[in-house]
Design a protein around this ligand. Structure first.
Ligand SMILES: [Zn+2]
Length: 413
């Protein structure tokens, strides 16, 4: 890890009184509570430590005060603007005006908008708010720490200078980075600044430029939350992003479908999800734009061997020929080591085959999916680029051959 980056800001040592409300604990154990507010297209995240220290990262486009009221957030120790776009800073003004805020942090890069000018004017007026620039440092919120990642320099779009935060509470780790895109994600990945995380806030609202394969290989999130507005004009979250997150994570939640999403993180790395809309148990799957069918075959049906399992979801919703990515094969790695798939072939009964690219692999404990239709591979989703359905709904065979042509697995249904 690069050295010389760790000036420590101890909020607890800066005279915070007992004014903050403790986070409501739903179980017996203390937890950090991270809530993604249902603010439409934008980001607004409230973090509460077990001791009641509170941070807020972005505030959506409009006022988030009704949420803060419901959550009884009476004061904020650290308020962060990841970058000065209106869907992140629009609501900050109201927060600063209505709640005592101790520290305000941004990336130091001004913007030309009225929203930004109004925010700066408010900050100037509020002398009691201490300004922090987002330089590499660790901020301590009770027993929770927030590592501020280094920002790339140069002529970059605002998104690629989003403030990046790694939250740690015991073994529970979360990664928040506003609207960072491939450049900034690559900058952190190359410098070893992306740890194995428990929770990932999908960068840039589940945009197609908000993830990379190396980034996800490092982050390996167990739960992903996408902060996104219903029917937004950008088409977020994009099917490619949904596929990638669903492949990597055990649960993918969206504020447009689940309302406000709270992730409770425990010291031993366990986590729990509470949503304001819908049944928590349906949070993980469904509604994926890539037409992932519900009800994938139970694992017992899969063909197993060599530490891998193979299944096919042959029946896309509706007409298979029109929704080619609604049918797909899943190669799941049950072993503890990654398996290289370069040059391997996946074939149906009529020897229509897909050959994995040379660098393909399936990470230990994870899966890759091979979709029938057209798409760009990201390393976890592969596409046969077929114009017709491949897998017969009423019975077929999927055979997986290694690079030497030896049969590894055959799934018959
Ligand atoms: Zn945004």
């Amino acid at each position: 890890m690069p050295g010389g980056w760790l000036p420590l800001v101890l909020l607890a040592a800066c005279g915070f009184g007992a004014s903050a409300q403790p986070a409501p604990t739903r179980g017996q154990d203390p937890s950090v509570e991270i809530t993604f507010l249902d603010v439409g297209q934008g980001d607004a995240v409230v973090i509460r430590s077990p001791e009641g220290r509170t941070a807020m990262v972005d505030a959506g486009r409009l006022s988030p005060l009704r949420f803060l009221q419901q959550m009884r957030v009476d004061s904020i120790d650290l308020l962060v603007a990841t970058h000065p776009h209106a869907d992140h800073i629009g609501g900050l003004d109201d927060v600063l005006t209505a709640r005592p805020v101790r520290f305000f942090m941004d990336n130091g890069r001004p913007h030309t908008t009225e929203t930004y000018a109004r925010l700066m004017a408010t900050l100037e007026r509020l002398e009691e708010v201490t300004y922090l620039q987002a330089t590499p440092r660790t901020i301590v919120l009770g027993s929770v720490s927030l590592e501020v990642l280094p920002l790339p320099t140069g002529e970059l779009d605002h998104n690629d200078r989003s403030v990046g935060l790694v939250l740690r509470y015991g073994d529970f780790t979360a990664f928040l980075s506003g609207d960072s895109e491939r450049y900034e994600l690559g900058y952190w990945t190359e410098r070893g600044r992306v740890p194995d995380v428990t929770l990932l806030k999908a960068p840039h609202h589940g945009s197609v430029n908000g993830f990379t394969r190396p980034f996800l290989e490092n982050a390996r999130p167990e739960v992903v939350v996408i902060s996104v507005g219903a029917d937004n004009e950008h088409g977020h979250p994009r099917p490619e992003a949904m596929t990638a997150y669903e492949t990597w994570a055990d649960r993918v939640l969206r504020t447009d479908l689940h309302g406000s999403v709270t992730v409770l993180g425990y010291r031993d790395g366990r986590w729990e999800v509470v949503t304001t809309r819908g049944d928590d148990s349906v949070g993980a799957r469904g509604e994926a734009d890539v037409d992932v069918a519900e009800g994938a075959p139970a694992e017992r049906d899969a063909a197993k061997g060599a530490g891998l399992s193979l299944t096919v979801v042959p029946d896309a919703p509706g007409n298979d020929h029109h929704r080619l990515n609604g049918e797909y094969a899943i190669v799941y790695n049950e072993s503890a080591t990654d398996v290289a798939l370069g040059g391997w072939r996946l074939c149906d009964l009529r020897s229509r085959c897909f050959r994995f690219p040379p660098d393909a692999r399936v990470v230990a404990g994870r899966q890759v999916r091979v979709f029938t239709g057209y798409g760009m591979s990201d390393g976890v989703s592969f596409f046969m680029n077929n114009e017709r359905a491949v897998w017969n709904n009423d019975g077929d065979e999927a055979s997986l051959y290694d690079e030497l042509g030896a049969l590894v697995l055959r799934y018959v249904y």
